[in-house]
Ligand binder design. Structure first.
Ligand SMILES: *[C@@H]1O[C@H](CO)[C@@H](O)[C@H](O)[C@H]1NC(C)=O
Ligand SMILES: *[C@@H]1O[C@H](CO)[C@@H](O)[C@H](O)[C@H]1NC(C)=O
Ligand SMILES: *[C@@H]1O[C@H](CO)[C@@H](O)[C@H](O)[C@H]1NC(C)=O
Length: 472
């Protein structure tokens, strides 16, 4: 009987794992929750603890390998109101199941960069043709294997800031489209759903419009052109301080530029730090009625690193202190009407991507070549048959809801945040988990506690099955 019970428990647990956010897809210029049709606006934070140096595959660790660290940070971010993180570098041979599952349980999606700072693991902007080879693409495909199985994988960045000045816009654009094509073909053959693929652009205004036009257009007007971007991320730092406005920040120019975009556009990084602490007034503009053409954005960045953009400080003993920036961002998020924002869906219909042509490109230095490099030897085989022995990520059960390390608020008091496991397949929203704000410790346990007792239909079914079998 105990073996039988164990068996039933395993089944119940497996069913329980089905608790997951609903996958997001691209429709016209919006991200949309596929099964409900409601618009998905990114309320994001860039997540790179330890900075680029925090990527230590030689020691078996990257930003998503330590379940305790992820639990701590997912709890903190859930309280902040975040629904998306961007992760810059992962080693696809490592196991990310715990971390991805924890963020999933918190209602937080992951935007994943497929590259790394190591040689041979990204397109070299100074010599793109030499870096576009089968070894590089094998890494890229392994990242797909590692994250394709998680419902909260929102998309893959094929490249980040490969064009970072006018000069680098001459040769690189066709290679960005080539990597996008290869990724999309691999996903089409080896993933169970279409996972969006796009680009993250530096805010170099001389080439910004060209970059977006170049990457969204359809070669020969083919709307199914696989080399196109599915989305366009912009790393934007033009709104600085509490005196800035929609007009002085240049947000007005961005809205004009992207007004008829055929792919979702969002800030893949934002949050100028010239005025400190940051007050994040741009949040009201970004999610307000003037900017509905954009799909939100991700604040740079979660942890305090040398560049001084942190929302929190992570100490060497792994305790965390929230910074004033965290409180200010939380307060901005809490003023948003999420119902209103999410209902702004379906505003675009029958958008056609413009046909690629020289006319779309305005800067004389920018590439006008829509002749996309063909796949290096061996790549087509890999796309057909899959990479050998991939590490395929899959959801695991999440049960722990308490902070595994101490977290202190800006007032110095320990906070009492708990993970609220979202059982209704929803994304996290500001105010979803208000438990234990740093000014008001102590009420966080209530929600977390009742939540631990939740019964999803699947778990309930498993439990009934267990009882019936026990009686037999
Ligand atoms: C907009 O979202 C709602 C749910 O929030 C859905 O019922 C409706 O069908 C969606 N509209 C479109 C055009 O997708
Ligand atoms: C938020 O927007 C919805 C939909 O427009 C509206 O019904 C609701 O009253 C708004 N809530 C607040 C607090 O303004
Ligand atoms: C919209 O896109 C078309 C090309 O598809 C372009 O000619 C037009 O100028 C764009 N409008 C704006 C306001 O950018």
């Amino acid at each position: 009987m105990s073996a039988l019970l164990r068996f039933v428990a395993v089944i119940a647990a497996a069913l329980g794992v089905a608790d997951a956010v609903r996958p997001v897809e691209v429709r016209q210029q919006e991200f949309v929750i596929a099964s409900t049709g409601s618009r998905f606006m990114l309320l994001g934070v860039d997540y790179q603890p330890g900075g680029q140096a925090g990527y230590k595959p030689q020691e078996g660790s990257d930003a998503l390998t330590d379940g305790d660290v992820c639990l701590r940070d997912a709890i903190v971010m859930q309280n902040l109101g975040v629904n998306t993180i961007r992760v810059y570098n992962i080693d696809p041979s490592l196991n990310h199941d715990k971390c991805a599952s924890i963020f999933n349980a918190a209602g937080i999606y992951i935007l994943m960069d497929v590259n790394s700072p190591f040689g041979g693991e990204s397109i070299d902007r100074s010599n793109p043709s030499s870096s576009y080879h089968v070894g590089y693409l094998e890494r890229v495909f392994r990242v797909v294997e590692a994250f394709k199985g998680f419902p909260n994988t929102l998309g893959f960045f094929a490249a980040n800031e490969v064009m970072n000045d006018v000069g680098t816009s001459a040769d690189n654009p066709p290679y960005i489209r080539a990597v996008q094509r290869d990724l999309k073909q691999y996903i089409a053959n080896h993933a169970e759903r279409t996972i969006p693929v796009g680009y993250s652009a530096a805010d170099v205004r001389e080439i910004l419009q060209d970059s977006w036009e170049y990457l969204q257009c359809a070669i020969d007007g083919d709307q199914n052109d696989q080399t196109r971007s599915d989305f366009f991320g912009l790393n934007s730092y033009s709104w600085c301080g509490g005196d800035a406005t929609f007009d002085t920040s240049g947000y007005d120019d961005l809205v004009t530029m992207f007004s008829n975009t055929t792919v979702p556009v969002f800030f893949s990084e934002y949050g100028c730090n010239e005025v400190k602490p940051r007050v994040f007034d741009e949040v009201q503009a970004l999610y307000g009625p003037q900017m509905t053409v954009l799909s939100g954005g991700l604040v740079y960045e979660y942890s305090q690193e040398e560049a001084d953009y942190g929302l929190v400080v992570i100490h060497s003993d792994r305790t965390v202190n929230l910074r004033t920036d965290f409180d200010n961002l939380e307060s901005q998020y809490s003023q948003l009407n999420i119902t209103l924002i999410e209902s702004a869906n379906g505003t675009a219909t029958s958008l056609q991507a413009p046909t690629c042509s020289d006319d779309l490109i305005t800067n004389s230095a920018f590439s006008k070549s829509f002749d996309i490099p063909s796949q290096p030897d061996g790549v087509a085989d890999m796309i057909r048959n899959g990479v050998s022995n991939p590490q395929i990520g899959k959801l695991v059960e999440v049960t722990a809801t308490s902070l595994p390390m101490k977290v202190y608020g800006t007032n110095g008091n320990e906070v009492n945040f708990q993970l609220k496991i979202l059982s209704d397949e929803s994304a996290n929203t500001p105010g979803n988990n208000d438990g234990g704000s740093d000014a008001n410790t102590g009420n966080g346990g209530d929600e977390g506690g009742s939540d631990r007792l939740r019964m999803t239909p699947a778990v309930l079914l498993g439990t009934i099955l267990a009882v019936v079998l026990t009686l037999l």
